[in-house]
Design a protein around this ligand. Structure first.
Ligand code: CP
Length: 312
């Protein structure tokens, strides 16, 4: 019996992950439980992707998503072709769609980071699984999965928590996917951002329809003592039209050790990373700082996701 047969979950199917729309609690549970099993028995599961070759297309910079996917694939016994937009024939004018179609010819699945929101949803006629590794200011579904997995590991459950998303909520694709996915749970959401970087209406409405309580704030101090999770994000310099606009909001929210005196004792500090100045490095060794654990969790969640896609 192949090892993956031991971890087969009924009613748990996933072929593509282009958006978090359509995911449900049962699929999330299945991914998280697989991630735990793989993490606790690494050697046992090192052949789950044997014979699989996966394409990894990154048209925007990445350290964590690209490397953790590559590590996940190789740790499961698969192989990966990595190509950046910069090195590809799109530089000669080839369309994004033809670029992806080309990689499809050589691989069994494709992981894609692209700079245009919604561009993966528009791809037609691709017959291998596609995983969205971040589409501009759109979504970052695998980040949201690893964020929720981290909350579960840090707090034991997601239900009942008040979660505060802080920073550039307009351009932050991680918070777009995370807010939508958190809305599947019994949570309260607090959005803290400058007025010009509020959570998009489309995300607000999506969460509202699922009946989750949400409020908006410009001052982190208003909610600091009431929240269980503080999810910091950076101001996304590369998304602003002008340097002046960016300079106007840079440094709006910075978490420092003394601020946490006001927070709950067991508050969890998260960040999708990379960070700029929004979390003081002095906090890095504080047990409440979960962002490096969160980053490591990403590899196990991506292993579980790939296993689910290929092995059901
Ligand atoms: N969190 C995240 O997506 O990081 P990278 O941009 O380094 O992949």
């Amino acid at each position: 019996m192949r090892f993956h047969e031991e971890i087969k979950d009924r009613h748990c199917h996933l072929r593509n992950l282009v958006s978090v729309d359509g995911l449900n609690r049962a699929i999330l549970k299945c991914i998280f439980e697989r991630a735990d099993r793989i993490r606790n028995n690494k050697d046992k599961y090192n052949n789950l992707l044997e014979g699989r070759l996966i394409g990894s297309i990154f048209c925007e910079p990445s350290t964590r998503t690209r490397c953790s996917f590559s590590a996940a694939i190789q740790r499961l016994g698969g192989k990966v072709i990595e190509i950046s937009g910069e090195d590809s024939s799109t530089k000669k004018g080839e369309s994004f769609s033809d670029f992806v179609k080309t990689i499809e010819c050589y691989t069994d699945a494709i992981i894609i980071r692209n700079s245009t929101a919604g561009s993966l949803k528009e791809l037609k006629g691709i017959n291998v699984p596609i995983i969205n590794a971040g589409d501009g200011v759109g979504e970052h579904p695998t980040q949201a999965l690893l964020d929720i997995y981290t909350i579960r590991r840090e707090r034991g459950t997601v239900n009942g928590l008040t979660i505060c998303l802080v920073g550039d909520l307009k351009h932050g694709r991680t918070v777009h996917s995370l807010a939508k996915l958190l809305a599947l749970y019994n949570v309260r959401l607090r959005y803290v951002s400058p007025k010009n970087l509020r959570i998009p209406q489309e995300i607000w409405k999506y969460v509202e329809q699922l009946g989750v309580e949400q409020t908006e704030h410009t001052d982190l101090d208003e909610v600091l003592d009431k929240v269980d999770i503080i999810y910091m994000t950076r101001m996304q310099r590369e998304r602003f039209n002008t340097a002046v606009e960016y300079e106007g909001v840079k440094g709006s929210y910075v978490i420092e050790p003394k601020m946490l005196n006001k927070a709950k004792e067991n508050v969890v500090i998260m960040h999708p990373l990379p960070r700029l100045d929004e979390i003081s490095p002095e906090l890095d060794n504080d047990p409440r700082a979960a962002y490096f654990r969160q980053m490591k969790n990403g590899m196990y969640v991506r292993m579980a996701l790939l296993d689910l896609i290929f092995n059901q």
